[in-house]
Design a protein around this ligand. Structure first.
Ligand SMILES: *Cc1c(COP(=O)(O)O)cnc(C)c1O
Length: 373
């Protein structure tokens, strides 16, 4: 099998979606599965839909085109403000997009008319993340323009949290979003169908006892893919955190640990580095590096420590019995490592469909695998 590769357990992604969708649906909230970290991989998107996602969202039109070409027909939303240069593709491939700029909405409307369609506009409100969004006090004026613009319809309003600002939303902010929708409806008429409360960082609020109010959509990527709450980094109860594994191949095992500390140029790595002074510790080199993934986001197997990485090499020390050249090691990835690895041209993505196929594949290769933490 090719190396390096990402092994994806689709059953776990589907189950993660199911767990979170069931709990959110009971509170009147639907799940939009976000595929940007997996570059719009159609099989992974399909697993989200099978698990109960009602639609998909991605930040890039190229990923959405990939989904459509693979036959995905569900509603797909562009969750990053469209580029002016891409408005025609946006109205052709997406039911709706998140927007913050009137000039882009006007261009989308013109493109929708050219393409004989009507494009849904979800206005993104800035509620403290300091990334994208219309200030709440300017929302009504923008909504009024959209309502009167042929080619588009005002489908919803949304907010985003904890992307740039690391602040998770609270019940008061969610209630404010609901009130903004009420106000727009009262002043300009149209029913606001979608109230999208945010991303995976909203789950602690959404799964709490507090009323969901008018919020009826969350856009979830990290929680479904990795089973963790992005703000705390902790596992979400019952969710799988190991749907993905990054497999790399050992290319050198004879490298001797240097007992005296070497000078490291990278201060980030220097902080994490543990200098070994035991003869039981072996150093190995794997054929994967910074060009392939965010190496700082890899979890090392038990008994192993990362020493450092260059563009194409990952150097680790391990207490495990010395793996052979040509054997494979398996790493878990955080969101950043996953997103980079999925986009790396030299890493193949391989689907494991369920526990059974995963088990048998593993069984054949036990001798070649180190065990994960
Ligand atoms: C990335 C993104 C999401 C999904 O975020 P996760 O933390 O992966 O759930 C949702 N909405 C917007 C606007 C995004 O950019």
């Amino acid at each position: 099998m090719s190396c390096p590769r990402i092994e994806v357990d689709l059953g776990k992604i589907s189950e993660n979606t199911q767990i979170v969708a069931r709990r959110l649906n009971a509170r009147g909230i639907g799940v939009t599965g976000v595929t940007k970290a997996v570059c719009g991989h159609p099989a992974i998107a399909q697993a989200m839909l099978e698990g109960g996602a009602v639609g998909l969202g991605d930040a890039r039109i190229s990923n959405i085109q990939k989904l459509r070409r693979a036959g995905v027909t569900c509603p797909v939303t562009l969750i990053r403000t469209p580029m002016l240069s891409q408005v025609d593709q946006v109205v052709q491939y997406c039911e709706a997009s998140y927007n913050t700029e009137l000039v882009i909405i006007e261009a989308l409307a013109a493109a929708a008319i050219r393409n004989d369609t009507v494009h849904g506009i979800i206005l993104m409100v800035e509620m403290g993340d300091r990334r994208e969004g219309i200030l709440p006090e300017n929302l009504a004026a923008m909504a009024q323009q959209v309502v009167h613009m042929p080619g588009v319809n005002l489908k919803g309003i949304g907010a985003n949290f904890a992307c740039l600002g690391h602040v998770a939303p609270d019940a008061a902010q969610m209630a404010t979003l609901g009130n903004l929708a009420n106000e727009v409806e009262a002043r300009f008429g149209p029913y606001i169908e979608t109230l999208s409360g945010g991303n995976s960082a909203n789950l602690p609020w959404a799964l709490s006892e507090q009323s969901a109010g008018r919020i009826n959509d969350l856009r979830l990527g990290e929680a479904i893919l990795l089973g963790v709450d992005p703000v705390s980094g902790k596992q979400i109860a019952e969710m799988h955190t190991n749907a993905f594994a990054l497999i790399a191949e050992v290319i050198e095992t004879d490298a001797n640990p240097i007992h005296s500390p070497i000078k490291l140029v990278d201060s980030e790595l220097a902080k994490l580095r543990v200098v070994s002074n035991s003869d039981n510790i072996k150093r190995l080199i794997l054929a994967i590096g910074r060009q392939d993934t965010d190496v700082m986001g890899l979890s090392m197997p038990a008994g192993s420590t990362m020493i450092g990485a260059t563009s194409d090499h990952l150097v680790i020390e391990t207490k495990q019995s010395r793996p052979k050249v040509g054997s494979e090691m398996s790493f878990q990835m955080n969101y950043s490592a996953l997103m980079h690895a999925m986009a790396a041209p030299d890493i193949e993505t391989i689907m494991l469909h369920d526990q059974r196929s995963r088990g048998s594949r593993r069984a054949q290769n036990t001798a070649e695998h180190l065990v994960l933490v």
